[in-house]
Design a protein around this ligand. Structure first.
Ligand SMILES: [Zn+2]
Ligand SMILES: [Zn+2]
Length: 354
C-alpha cells in the first residue's frame, strides 16, 4: 500500500516536472527569430484575406465594432463598420473603436469615410486614433469625416491634437514613407437644420443622413445606406420616431440603440438606496435619450424590418442571462425577424441579388 502511494507521488512529481520543462521549451519556441518572422508573415496574409473577405465580395457586411454607451468599461463604445461595394464606411468612433477594428482584423488601411451621428463622447472619443492608426497601418487615401454642423470643429480639433505626432513621424521616416497629407482627416459637414440629406454617393452606394430624436442633444442624426436595392439603417442615439420608422420600412438591416426602462428603473432605485444621488439622477434622465425594448420591437415588427441588430445597450448586460431577460426575450415576444443581440464583433452579412 505504502509502495503504491510512493509510486503515485513519484509519477505526479515527474508529470509536474515534464509540464514545467515543456512550458519553458514552449516559451522559448514562441520567441525565436523564426516565430517572430512567421508572425509578421501571417499578419500580412491575414490583411490580404481581410481585404478579400470584406471588400471583394458580392454582399454587404456590417460589423458591430463597439456596442457600449458611455459608461461601460468592458466593451468598446459605439462604432459600426459597413463594407459595401468595395468601400469601408465607419459610423461613429467611440472609445476603443480602433483597437477593436485591429483585434477583429478589419482592414483599417482601406477606410474610406467616417460618419458622425452626434458629438457625445461615446461616438467620437476614438476619432483621432482611427485617423492616425489607419494611416500608420497603410491608408494611402484621403479620409473624409461626414457629420452635421459642428463636425468641422471636431475634426479640426483632432487634427490639431495629432499635428505634433504627424510632424514627428514625417520628419523621422520622410515624406515618401509618411506623407503628411494622409495623416489628417477632412470634414464635410451638412446643414443640421435639414431633415434629411444625401451626404455620400460613390459607385452606386448612397448614404443619406436623417434627423433623429435624442433630446436634449442637437444636432443628432441617423444614416441610411443604400446599394443595389438593399438598405441598411444606422439609428444613431434616438427614440423611435416617425422618420426612423419610415426609413426602417423593409430595411435589410436596422442597427438600433436600445434601452430597457425596467432595468433603468431598477438601477435608479438601487442607486437611491445606497445614497448615490448623482447616478440615480443620471439613470432617471437617460430615459429621454433612448428607446425602450418594447417600442423598438413594435416599430421593427410594424415596419417589417428584416434584420435587427442591437447596439449601444443602455444599460449594458454583463452576461447572457441578463442579455436574454432584458433585451432578447422582450423583443422576441413582438418582433419575428432575424435578431442580432450580440456585442463587439457581431457580424451581419446581407447577400446581394436576392
Ligand atoms: Zn451614445
Ligand atoms: Zn448620445
Amino acid at each position: 500500500m505504502l509502495k503504491s502511494k510512493k509510486t503515485i507521488l513519484i509519477t505526479l512529481l515527474m508529470l509536474v516536472g515534464i509540464l514545467v520543462i515543456g512550458m519553458q521549451i514552449f516559451n522559448y519556441a514562441i520567441s525565436t527569430d523564426f516565430m517572430v518572422s512567421r508572425g509578421i508573415k501571417q499578419r500580412n496574409i491575414q490583411r490580404v484575406e481581410a481585404y478579400e473577405k470584406y471588400l471583394q465580395v458580392d454582399e454587404i457586411t456590417v460589423v458591430l465594432v463597439g456596442t457600449a454607451g458611455p459608461m461601460n468599461p468592458d466593451i468598446a463604445q459605439n462604432s459600426t463598420a459597413v463594407f459595401v461595394n468595395g468601400q469601408f464606411l465607419l459610423f461613429d468612433a467611440g472609445d476603443y473603436a480602433q483597437k477593436r477594428m485591429e483585434q477583429f482584423n478589419l482592414p483599417s488601411e482601406s477606410l474610406d469615410a467616417i460618419f458622425l451621428t452626434h458629438f457625445h463622447n461615446d461616438h467620437i472619443a476614438d476619432l483621432g486614433e482611427v485617423m492616425q492608426r489607419s494611416y500608420m497601418i497603410g491608408r494611402e487615401k484621403d479620409l473624409v469625416v461626414y457629420g452635421p454642423t459642428g463636425t468641422e470643429d471636431i475634426v479640426t480639433g483632432f487634427n490639431l491634437i495629432y499635428a505634433a505626432d504627424s510632424d514627428y513621424r514625417t520628419e523621422h521616416h520622410g515624406e515618401e514613407v509618411m506623407p503628411k497629407k494622409y495623416q489628417f482627416a477632412t470634414a464635410k459637414e451638412f446643414d443640421s437644420e435639414l431633415k434629411e440629406v444625401v451626404v455620400y454617393e460613390k459607385n452606386g452606394v448612397v448614404v443619406t443622413a436623417f434627423k433623429n430624436d435624442h433630446p436634449p442633444i442637437s444636432p443628432t442624426f441617423g444614416y441610411k445606406i443604400e446599394y443595389d436595392g438593399k438598405k441598411v439603417v444606422i439609428s444613431g442615439d434616438t427614440l423611435v420616431t416617425e422618420a426612423l420608422a419610415e426609413y426602417s420600412n423593409s430595411a435589410d438591416l436596422l442597427v438600433m440603440d436600445i434601452m430597457n426602462y425596467d432595468l433603468v428603473t431598477l438601477m435608479e432605485e438601487t442607486y437611491k438606496e445606497i445614497g448615490d444621488d448623482q447616478l440615480a439622477k443620471i439613470m432617471h434622465d437617460i430615459r429621454e435619450y433612448h428607446p425602450d425594448v418594447k417600442d423598438v420591437a413594435m416599430m421593427a415588427y410594424n415596419q417589417n424590418v428584416k434584420r435587427l441588430a442591437l447596439t449601444h445597450y443602455a444599460p449594458a448586460a454583463p452576461n447572457k442571462s441578463m442579455l436574454d431577460r432584458f433585451y432578447v426575450d422582450p423583443i422576441k415576444m413582438i418582433y419575428k425577424g432575424q435578431l442580432f443581440a450580440g456585442g463587439d464583433e457581431t457580424t451581419i452579412v446581407i447577400p446581394l441579388g436576392d
